[in-house]
Design a protein around this ligand. Sequence first.
Ligand code: GDP
Length: 458
Amino acid sequence: TTTPAAKAPPKIRDKPVDVVSEYKSRRGGEQSLLNLVVVGHVDAGKSTLMGHVLYLRGNVAQRTMHKYEQESRKMGKQSFMYAWVLDDTEEESVSRGVTVDVAQRVFTTGHRTVTLLDAPGHRDFIPNMITGAARADAAVLVVDASTGEFEAGFESGGQTREHALLVRSLGVSQLVVAINKLDTVDWSEERMKEVRHSLRQFLKGVGYKDIDVTYVPCSGLSGENLVKRTAGEPLSAWYSGPTLLEAIDMLKVPERGIEKPVRICVCDVYKGQGSNMCVSGRLDAGYLQPNDRLLLMPQGDVVNLKNIQTDTQADNVAFAGDHVTLTLSGIDPAALHIGDFLCDPTSPIPLATKVQARIVVFNIVVPLIKGAQLDFHYQSVTEPATIRKLVSQLHKTTGQTLKSRPRALPKNSAGMVELEFSRPLCLELFRDFREMGRFMLRTGGTTIAAGLVTKILD
Ligand code: GDP
């Protein structure tokens, strides 16, 4: 740079720990964290299903469940009692005066601590689902197997295809498909096969490998095959595969960049004690200890880390993959916003005004053309972006170039584009930092494409 007096940035910490052995001793390879997003057509039974799983895993007090049962019965809506488990998250957080864009629930399986991203109970749940999808390691796709309903959700206009495609375009390759509400069709094996057949063909077409997809017949309402199967029930007569919980337990946990430089996107901000500020977000890379010095971006201030809280452990330490709440000192509250980033001062996040990206275009009406102005949405950030160039149209699953410099990218296509922003954004390549290089393109509240940053151009 041209400023000779520029001081060397402060080190994040004076004495680094042996992070790998520390991580192993704390995590022991077991109970590794998995971030899961639940997607599917409206009314497919997502909230009921996950609420029931949380209940069966002991995450909901018997007393609370009893209260839900009574209240829902009084209202004549007993079938909603499990869905309330998830809705409650939102109410609680609102009454605490905290805004959460992604409400979280945690449950354990044999080998995993699973963080449920977003609250599928929201009626306007798609924006939340999208935030969740961008942070997910794997997804549960819920489909309603009842007569006519699967077809409605699967046809164009239904969200089944769109959600599966969105999640895949964000780099999520593992999927558990819950073939739900099989109680409504007398646990028909025929129906299960029919639904699975349609889905398998579609999922292959959008780039899921057969071996990364597990199909689980179940009922979120009765609870059958969520965490166990009842002997003598009709399902047991023809199914011996995994339960929903077992299928989730078998998902692979992606490599966490615990030795990489620290990266956190601030997804919530609130006042702490005294002049301290608290932020929450997900630690995308690296690890944190108290007294670490962090660089706030894009502002450029260095702040001190006082305290760390995570969802899953009491220890005052956090590793990549953890959801953290951090207490910071030395910070001007006015300079701190949702969508800011915290990182290692010696390894700041690149600021990009122009990037090359691989995108998948959804079922849009008007094809994407050069000059299109869209909202670029990633982590907790939404910024205007312009498509500066259509570099190529690509084969959706193989990634092969079909056409160079196409005039437009039609619906359900894939392509390489150049995007420009009106201000520099903290972005990384998907290859280097998974969570910091995946994004959605939206217009008027509709998601029209999703993609991965492949090159920073400027
Ligand atoms: P969401 O919009 O996907 O979150 O769906 P909900 O969980 O709110 O469920 C929608 C409706 O389907 C509710 O009336 C549920 O009681 C009902 N439902 C959910 N799961 C099942 C199931 O497994 N069997 C039956 N029969 N109904 C279900």
